[in-house]
Design a protein around this ligand. Structure first.
Ligand code: SF4
Ligand code: SF4
Length: 236
């Protein structure tokens, strides 16, 4: 998703969570990060300040638990003031950064007891946001299309990117590998995946099978079909 935001040249207001690492190279795809919930309120502020001008898309990025904590109140203000912008809620089904605790959007309490699960998209619609979409974050084409559409309308939109944190998914898919077709184009290392390395001399990419979770995102960005998932391959 961050890769697509850099392509869009969006103003990205960030928040507090694992995804804050998107502010660092190689992604460098976050312009602000102040405190919990500030992604949505800062996007609101940018939209107010830039109103009536041609400006880059304004996109807030916030995790599910932070959204429950303080993003919702900022979104209410954005709706109330009839502002545009796009809010991306990264719903990884847990509060990963602080140790995988429950939150109101994943159906368990802090003590890991079953609880009522709030319907994230339903809550956002009930607040008055008309453009609400659910997106598979591992599908690069779907991510690109959703971001392009949502940021192109001028209206307030909320995109919910939903996929479980890799630490929750115990059944891993086979690791991908880089074949001899790699041209050292340099694209896949810019995705920020810790499993991908770039050879200092040849520039060619390689994938550490012990770190790869088989999400397949890098293969979707390789224009030379040099990244494959071997049939029956494994992480071992
Ligand atoms: S995107 Fe493909 S060709 Fe480019 S460095 Fe990665 S594996 Fe090699
Ligand atoms: S398949 Fe996913 S986890 Fe594996 S190297 Fe590619 S981007 Fe990284």
């Amino acid at each position: 998703m961050f890769k697509e935001l850099t392509r869009l040249k969006a103003i990205v207001t960030g928040d507090i969570g694992c995804y804050t690492l998107g502010a660092l190279p190689p992604l460098s795809a976050m312009d602000t990060c102040v405190d919990m919930g500030a992604s949505v309120s800062m996007a609101h502020g940018f939209e107010l300040a830039l109103a009536g001008t041609e400006h880059r898309p304004v996109v807030a990025v916030i995790g599910d638990s932070t959204f429950a904590h303080s993003g919702l109140s900022s979104l209410i203000s954005t709706v109330y003031n009839r502002c545009g912008g796009t809010v991306c809620v990264l719903d990884n089904r847990t509060t990963a950064m602080t140790g995988r605790q429950g939150n109101p959007f994943n159906g368990e309490t802090l003590q890991k007891r079953p609880s009522r699960e709030l319907d994230l998209e339903g809550v956002v619609r009930a607040l008055g946001v008309g453009d609400v979409r659910t997106v598979d974050p591992h599908d690069a084409r779907a991510v690109r299309a959703a971001l392009k559409d949502a940021t192109g309308t001028g209206e307030l939109s909320v995109l919910v990117f939903r996929a479980p944190c890799v630490l929750l998914e115990r059944t891993r898919k086979p690791a991908y590998l880089v074949t001899g077709a790699c041209t050292a184009c340099g694209v896949c290392p810019t995705l920020g995946c810790p499993a991908i390395a770039k050879d200092a001399e040849t520039g060619r990419a390689s994938i550490d099978p012990g770190l790869c979770i088989g999400c397949g995102q890098c293969a979707q960005y390789c224009a030379f079909n040099a990244i494959e998932q071997p049939e029956g391959g494994s992480h071992e």
